[in-house]
Design a protein around this ligand. Structure first.
Ligand code: SAM
Length: 284
């Protein structure tokens, strides 16, 4: 579990300007509007107001600095789809910003207001804010009404789903966002027993002065992940399920599985901790 949540150096990617607001998708609510909407539409939006990512939003990019291997993969998927793209669990834009910089509009959904704030700041610095439409919401009930040709859920965000019922709800929601033939691409992991044994209950320095610790419950297939930096810390509950179960859930929720890769270079899955799923809503 030593390569857990960790974003990239998007600043190293080629710079391009955005191509305007996310075409064909409803506009993002400004923060004031969002706050007003909360009062009346809390039930519809269904956001947990206390995301465990809020306290570490400013730490997230440093914490995840060394995770770069998936950026080109998701960018390639976005280029092939042509956009617009919906990213569920968009975070600080580790994946969304390179896609936006390639001129492909992105609608990003996240339940952490602070992560979205960081993402918005980074987008402004890069000059791609016109290509990014950020929405506070739960990925099980994404606040997006239209359909598109590509939905992404990178970097193991589905580990935030505690039960099969949540996974099913999330997959059904992702499917509803797709037009017929549209693709849904995500990655998850399931820890190996030796990984659990090696890391359980130990503080590991992931990046200078940034520590993380996993307390595993292999029977329940869940763990508590703690992250501690110089000025912030958090704890979050995560859960995993097996590749076989992911395939079954995808098929039961109406997806056609096109590929299950073992890594972002598209090598076939042959065992291991990571799975990268490419599926599609069947053409009409
Ligand atoms: C591991 S981070 C991934 C962020 C980004 N996709 C990346 O690749 O760096 C997981 C993200 O999912 C968000 N998240 C967790 N549970 C969520 C939920 N139920 N609905 C929406 N977002 C959620 C978190 O706030 C966090 O930003």
């Amino acid at each position: 579990m030593t390569s857990e949540f960790t974003p990239s150096r998007i600043e190293q990617l080629p710079i391009g300007r955005g191509a305007g607001p996310a075409a064909g998708l409803p506009p993002v609510l400004a923060y004031g509007e969002m706050a007003r909407a909360w009062g009346t539409e809390q039930e519809r939006i269904r956001v947990d107001p206390s995301s465990p990512y809020d306290p570490i939003a400013d730490l997230y990019d440093s914490w995840s600095r060394s995770v770069v291997e998936d950026v080109a993969f998701y960018l390639e998927e976005a280029r092939a789809a042509g956009g617009p793209v919906v990213e569920l669990g968009v975070g600080t834009g580790r994946i969304a910003l390179p896609i936006a910089r390639a001129g492909i509009p992105v609608v990003g959904v996240d339940s952490s207001e602070r992560m979205l704030e960081v993402c918005r700041r980074r987008a402004a610095r890069m000059g791609v804010e016109d290509c990014l439409d950020l929405r506070l919401g739960d990925l099980r009930h994404p606040p997006v009404d239209s359909t598109t040709s590509l939905v992404l859920c990178p970097f193991r965000s589905y580990l935030h789903l505690p039960t099969d019922a949540d996974r099913r709800t999330a997959l059904e929601a992702a499917r509803r966002l797709l037009e017929p033939g549209g693709r849904f691409v995500f990655d998850v992991f399931a820890p190996a027993p030796d990984d659990i044994a090696e890391t359980n209950g130990r503080w590991l320095e992931r990046e200078p002065e940034i520590y993380e610790r996993a307390d595993w419950d292999a029977n329940a297939r869940s763990f508590t992940l703690r992250v501690r930096g110089p000025a912030a810390e958090t704890a979050m509950e995560l859960a995993w399920t097996s590749p076989e179960e992911w395939r079954r859930l995808l098929e039961e929720t109406g997806f056609e599985v096109l590929a299950c890769y073992g890594w972002f270079d598209r090598r076939p899955y042959e065992g291991g901790e990571d799975t990268i799923w490419v599926s599609r809503r069947p053409p009409a």
